[in-house]
Design a binder for this molecule. Structure first.
Ligand SMILES: [Zn+2]
Ligand SMILES: [Zn+2]
Ligand SMILES: [Zn+2]
Ligand SMILES: [Zn+2]
Length: 350
């Protein structure tokens, strides 16, 4: 079995991913979107301040029966009633917005957890899509080093292995079989399969007639289950307005959730958007996080910001160290060999 065939399941992803990435760079200069419920759920500071037990408007004390309610946006103050909250609004508005923005940023600028380890070699999976392959048999994402590792018979001769290196199921032999396997994975609630089929429906692929509405529906299903890239694609749909009404505020909202949940391309695009708007501090924060996840495009942006005098040497050095640390985590001999067999690019995201 040749290399091209064995990585075909992964390669199917490439066109929609790269198309989406480049188009996402066209983001407008609108800045941070509203803090909404989903974000607040993720907030580390999302807990009531137990010290405040007096309605900030009328001074009434709360107790176990008459509980005071916190301002949901800032969590700084409490009220005994909706009326008190409305009455207090004019004097609270400014402080509330400031704190809500701080809470929003605390969530937004957190380094997301790294990608899962490969279930075979137990080393962190590279971020670059060429660095892994998804298996429709078992739903595992396997690093390319393990996926393409040579297989030997009892006599030590290399043999053409056509089984999944994780579950030993023979590789699919036709597009129909791939479609059927994806269908089963989607039915089993596999978010990667939902996202992938969404991408295929969006672009139109063998076995998947182009269907934008179905694509968006699948992205929403995967997003509801927490899949970062699906949030990114929904954001993109709101940005381009192909099958939903164009809405940059919603687009940004979805891009931010995607970035928070670990989508490096969403993170990079948010950084680029801040850079275009002249918010270099915020741009740097985004780029730093993306570099920590292996996104080399963000490293190039930091380099440019440094040469233009927007970023200190310390920050630039920090970004280089962060990228080296990422490489140190994902590199190994098998992955290098696999990468060499299909044209060299190893761990860079873009
Ligand atoms: Zn009150
Ligand atoms: Zn408030
Ligand atoms: Zn592996
Ligand atoms: Zn398998």
């Amino acid at each position: 079995m040749d290399v091209a065939c064995r990585v075909s399941e992964t390669n199917k992803m490439s066109s929609s991913d790269s198309c989406k990435d480049s188009a996402s760079k066209l983001l407008s200069n609108d800045t941070i979107c509203e803090v909404n419920n989903k974000m607040q759920c993720m907030s580390t500071a999302d807990k009531d301040n137990e010290d405040i037990s007096i309605c900030v408007n009328c001074g009434k004390e709360g107790d176990n029966i008459n509980k005071l309610k916190s301002c949901t946006a800032c969590k700084l103050v409490k009220y005994c009633s909706r009326e008190c909250q409305i009455a207090h609004r004019p004097q609270h508005k400014k402080e509330c917005r400031k704190r809500a923005a701080e809470l929003h940023d605390e969530v937004l600028f957190k380094q997301p957890s790294p990608e899962d380890d490969c279930p075979i070699c137990f080393i962190r999976i590279p971020t670059l899509w060429k660095g892994y392959t998804y298996k429709t048999c078992c739903g595992k994402t396997i690093c390319i080093g393990c996926a393409l590792a040579p297989v030997y018979d009892d006599q030590g001769n290399e043999i053409a292995e056509v089984k999944c290196p994780f579950c030993r199921t023979p590789a699919p032999t036709s597009d129909e079989e791939i479609v059927e396997r994806y269908k089963k994975r989607v039915e089993a609630g596999d978010v990667y399969a939902m996202y992938s089929v969404g991408c295929y429906c969006k672009d139109g692929m063998p076995g998947y007639p182009q269907d934008q509405t179905k694509a968006l529906e699948l992205f929403h299903r995967a997003a509801d289950l927490g899949y970062a890239k699906a949030y990114n694609n929904i954001g993109y749909e709101y940005e381009v307005g192909t099958c939903v009404e164009r809405d940059m505020k919603k687009a940004n909202h979805y891009y931010e959730i995607a970035a928070i949940r670990g989508s490096s391309s969403a993170r990079h695009n948010l950084g680029s958007k801040e850079e275009e708007a002249g918010n270099m501090d915020r741009a740097l924060k985004h780029f730093m996080i993306a570099v920590g996840s292996g996104y080399s495009g963000s490293l190039r942006h930091i380099q440019k910001l440094y040469s233009d005098g927007h970023v200190t040497k310390e920050d630039y050095t920090k970004s280089l160290q962060s990228y080296q640390a990422y490489l140190g985590e994902v590199k190994n001999r098998e992955r290098d060999q696999a990468a060499a067999s299909f044209g060299g690019e190893k761990y860079r995201y873009c």
